[in-house]
Ligand binder design. Structure first.
Ligand SMILES: Nc1ncnc2c1ncn2[C@@H]1O[C@H](COP(=O)(O)OP(=O)(O)OP(=O)(O)O)[C@@H](O)[C@H]1O
Ligand SMILES: [Mg+2]
Length: 547
């Protein structure tokens, strides 16, 4: 109300608002629901989700980030949970389910504290200090590894893939992943850098997952441009050109009057000799293969076929860059500049038939800095999920190559962090101690969820884990495959330290962000989000408008 008693309108009519406790409760409930949805898919015994989009397309996956991406989530707090899974995916590639599960657990414990009249700001501070301490503990307990050790990297790639649909073929796929990452990794002043953009993943349904292979070079989803060209070039000398082998058309229209057939012939001869000169340049540089980012004129194709050159046209720019990295060629814009020095090398360039398509394989490159993984599998769904699993495995391998420290899986590091945090919390007082203890409980939700998903008794597991940490060893965790508590490091279930750090950071950030909100003001179109109905996924799609 203004001084004159007139109401002051600041929000558009129809806008909704929810405040204070109510806003907090709504947000926490919505975020916890998201965690509920993904938690049953955590770990090697986790279940898969079948997602059907509005077009009726079906995705079957176990990957947290993928699940949440496919869901049409509207609640703003729930969206924040989706964002941490995305951020985790971008940063480290794995652990997207864990990040959401931990964030949900942090919020659940925060709810207890709010119920005991602890102010959210105090909880956020307490969580933030506990998270810092937890990161330090993780860094201390982590084991150093050699970033170039193939057997060690295999354990990491394997662990990440064991939790996916493709787990039976995990050892085969893990080998491919590690070889690919080691090939593209480059040593710098401060350790290795591995850009997995340089691992091209191509997929083609058909065959079996075990037919998946790595090619030391690039596979192009293109065919050889002219039927008269060779389909096969051994010890290929490859020219990469990013301009067209065509006569440039003028931008403006011009009219040329020809009154004599001889003039016409001369005109055409002129064109043909320009094209011939272009092909001659490719030939005299010594190229046996030409890969062009743009078009190639029919006549130029004909000349090249006659010269025995294998050519591919309209190749994507990103593939050109990878071809340069794989073959050592330099991409040339002006054909006049092309010399023997610019050519790349591949043991074999060959057009091959894959199911119904023809693809060109550029393989057997020397020390390639870009490679291709060709994913095969029974159906489109299998190759799609295999591609997602490969992505996670490539990322965790890269994580360890770049930050060579690992922890055990099976919730062992989480159990150790919880144990050490509880000891540390003894030195704190009052509400801060309460928050730190709740933080420890929340972290412990990872081993407990793994146990639950493996059909083990969560309470027994918790008692067993707590009894062993601090005494028997730091790597005791949930051996989900055998349904008991065991030393997971000894079982070669290894994970990157980088992933665990990111999970902690992401989950704490999301939980704090949600806890700090005490006012939700939504424009008329969205309306303030109501409390989602408890349990089940039903509350998430299309929130009913309020009021
Ligand atoms: N053999 C195993 N026994 C017990 N736990 C395992 C085993 N292998 C992996 N895990 C655990 O499973 C958890 C990972 O599960 P999962 O891969 O389903 O989720 P995520 O990595 O958090 O997310 P996402 O892979 O979907 O991005 C980790 O805590 C890991 O230690
Ligand atoms: Mg995983």
């Amino acid at each position: 109300m203004s001084a004159s008693g007139q109401p002051v309108i600041i929000l558009k009519e129809g806008s909704g608002e929810s405040r204070g406790r109510e806003a907090q409760r709504n947000n926490i409930t919505a975020a916890k629901l998201i965690a509920e949805v993904v938690r049953t898919s955590l770990g090697p015994r986790g279940m898969d989700k079948m997602l059907v989009d509005s077009m009726g397309d079906v995705t079957i996956t176990n990957d947290g980030a993928t699940m949440l991406k496919e869901l049409d989530i509207q609640h703003p707090a729930a969206k924040m949970m989706v964002e941490i899974s995305k951020a985790t995916d971008n940063e480290v590639g794995d652990g997207t389910t864990s990040a959401v599960v931990v964030a949900g657990a942090l919020l659940e414990r925060a709810e207890d504290l709010i119920g005991k009249d602890v102010h959210p700001v105090v909880i956020v501070d307490g969580y933030s200090r506990a998270a810092e301490k937890a990161q330090k503990i993780l860094e201390e307990v982590a084991e150093k590894v050699d970033p170039e050790s193939r057997p060690d990297l295999l354990k990491i790639a394997n662990t990440s893939m064991l939790t996916k649909l493709v787990n039976e073929d995990a050892p085969h796929l893990a080998g491919i992943v590690v070889d690919a990452v080691l090939l593209v990794a480059e040593k710098g002043a401060d350790g290795f850098k591995a850009d997995i953009e340089n691992v091209k993943v191509e997929k083609k349904p058909g065959g079996a997952l075990t037919d998946t292979q790595m090619v030391r070079g690039i596979i192009l989803d293109k065919e050889v441009v002219h039927s008269g060209m060779p389909k096969h070039a051994d010890d290929a000398k490859i020219a990469l050109v990013n301009s067209a082998l065509e006569i440039e058309k003028t931008e403006f229209s011009a009219e040329i009057r020809i009154n004599d057939p001889a003039q016409m012939q001369q005109f055409m001869d002129e064109e043909s000799s320009i094209l011939r000169a272009m092909v001659d340049k490719v030939k005299s540089a010594g190229a046996t293969v030409l890969i062009c980012q743009k078009g190639i004129d029919d006549l130029a194709q004909h000349f090249m076929a006659k010269a025995g050159i294998l050519a591919v046209r309209r190749v994507k720019e990103s593939d050109m860059t990878k071809l340069a990295k794989a073959t050592g060629a330099r991409i040339v814009t002006n054909l006049d500049d092309l010399t023997a020095k610019d050519l790349g090398y591949a043991k074999l360039v060959e057009e091959r038939k894959l199911e119904d398509d023809k693809w060109v394989f550029v393989e057997g490159c020397k020390n390639p800095k870009a490679v291709t993984v060709l994913v095969r599998g029974g159906t489109q769904r299998v190759v799609d999920e295999a591609e997602r699993a490969l992505h996670d495995a490539l990322m965790v391998t890269k994580d360890v190559v770049e930050m060579p420290a690992v922890v055990a899986g099976g919730g062992a590091p989480e159990a150790e962090v919880a144990f050490q945090l509880r000891a540390w919390a003894q030195k704190l007082t009052g509400r801060e101690q309460l928050a730190a203890l709740k933080f420890a409980d929340a972290i412990e939700s990872i081993p407990l969820t793994l146990a639950e998903n493996a059909g083990m008794d969560p309470i027994d597991t918790q008692v067993d884990l707590r009894a062993r940490h601090g005494k028997e060893g730091k790597w005791f965790g949930v051996d989900a495959m055998n349904g008991k508590v065991a030393d997971m490091y000894a079982k070669s279930v290894w994970e990157p330290l980088a992933v665990k750090l990111q999970i902690l950071r992401g989950a704490t950030e999301a939980a704090s962000m949600i806890l700090r909100i005490d006012d939700v003001i939504a424009a008329s179109k969205m309306k303030a989000p109501p409390t989602p109905p408890g349990g089940g996924m039903g509350g998430m799609g299309g929130m009913p408008p309020m009021g």
